[in-house]
Ligand binder design. Structure first.
Ligand code: BGC
Length: 382
């Protein structure tokens, strides 16, 4: 049986299960004002704050550094909460070694080949940070900056507006880009992300968020038994540097077919050449719905043991499914456990990687006078 969030919380209360957090009892609806506390300091003394939000049974913790989701707690079918998002308990580890845990990614989610592209006849060289390629915005992407944070409560919603202005030429990108990202927790416990950006010169933009999910709890082991469903008949195969070849290949008859829910571990060792290159799954799925005016449901992730289920809706045309292939047991997470290969997965809503170099991919160009808008809604149940 699929319970909705209200039932879970009410059930937990009826069963006398303590569901306390952030100094209070979890509420079924009507979130409280976000609260802020000091998390740590950067080397130059800049203070990093942790914002705590709660609504509809979901608890979200966000840093003003990189807009990082430092924790995200949801209940299982018995109302038991765990943190389902990988992270660190201190700022130094985020600065020194995070593989983008929970972070906002910009200006460009995923890779741009050789960090180069041409726009309106002009060539640009971006900051290169992944072999010869530019990954997630370059050496100091949006994930490595302090964002201005403005908390809000609106009707039954609570949330944070996050602002960052990337100056003309930063990481090699043209135009001053003003980005605004809104994290909302709804009264149903959905976590919604609205991205907006404007520019004063033609540029390319592809914003996303990089939560590493483990619905059994961060640090609890592999996600290979999680079941995943993606509404995509095609994906974008990559070369050895994980750059799309430009082909939109069919998933039918390959390990990349997630059109019906299947355990991630089922085909992860199928030795398909694309998996050998990526050390698992690290690809962009071409969503059947294409670009849509409103967010549409595109993926479902479920942990059968706990019942925790995540549904993702987006207006974007692509979804990067990364099966945590580069986690190697050297990072110690929030709960004091190491993170090993396959201990989490990312589902990043996006335009396709390296779009500026593929005329057949949906365009990521943003021009003065236009507003970039992207929305992703994460809904939870158990
Ligand atoms: C990419 C991976 C990369 C990871 C960074 C993902 O979005 O697809 O290739 O290693 O981010 O941790």
């Amino acid at each position: 049986m699929e319970l909705n969030r209200r039932t879970v919380i009410a059930g937990a209360a009826a069963a006398g299960i303590a569901a306390t957090t952030l100094g209070g009892t979890a509420q079924a609806s009507g979130g409280r004002t976000p609260v802020k506390k000091l998390f740590g300091k950067l080397a130059d003394g800049t203070k990093v704050y942790l914002w705590s939000l709660e609504n509809g049974g979901t608890r979200l913790k966000v840093l003003n550094w990189g807009g990082v989701v430092q924790g995200l707690e949801i209940p299982d079918r018995h109302g038991r909460y765990v943190n389902v998002s990988l992270g660190f308990d201190n700022i130094d580890d985020y600065v020194a070694k995070t593989p983008y845990f929970g972070a906002l990614i910009g200006r460009y989610g995923n890779r741009i080949a050789k960090g180069q592209f041409t726009l309106d006849g002009k060539s640009y060289q971006l900051s290169v940070n992944d072999g010869v390629n530019s990954l997630h915005g370059g050496k100091q992407g949006f994930d490595k900056h302090i964002w201005d944070v403005e908390p809000f409560t609106k009707g039954s919603d609570v949330g944070l507006h996050l602002y960052y202005t990337s100056v003309d030429g930063e990481m090699g990108y043209p135009g001053t880009l003003k980005a605004k990202v809104t994290y909302t927790l709804t009264r149903h416990g959905d976590w919604r992300i609205d991205y907006e950006a404007t520019t004063d010169k033609a540029t390319v933009v592809n914003l996303t968020n990089h939560v590493y999910w483990n619905l059994a709890g961060e640090g609890s082991g592999t996600i290979e038994d999680h079941e995943l469903k993606i509404a995509a008949s095609r994906y974008t195969p990559t070369d050895s540097g994980l750059i799309p070849t430009g082909e939109l290949a069919k998933v039918a008859g390959t390990p990349f077919d997630f059109r019906h829910a299947k355990a991630i571990g089922r085909d992860i060792r199928a030795a398909h050449p694309q998996q050998v290159t990526a050390k698992g799954y690290d690809h962009n799925w071409v969503l059947d719905k294409g670009i849509t005016a409103k967010p549409e449901h595109v993926a479902t992730l479920r942990d059968p043991r706990s019942g925790r289920t995540l549904k993702i809706a987006t207006n974007e045309p692509g979804l990067q499914f990364y099966s945590g292939n580069f986690l190697d047991g050297t990072l110690v997470g929030t709960g004091g456990h190491t993170y090993r290969q396959g201990d989490a997965l990312c589902l990043e809503t996006q335009h396709f990687p390296d779009s500026p170099n593929h005329a057949n991919f949906p365009s990521t160009v943003l021009r003065p006078g236009q507003t970039y808008r992207s929305t992703t809604i994460h809904s939870f149940s158990a």
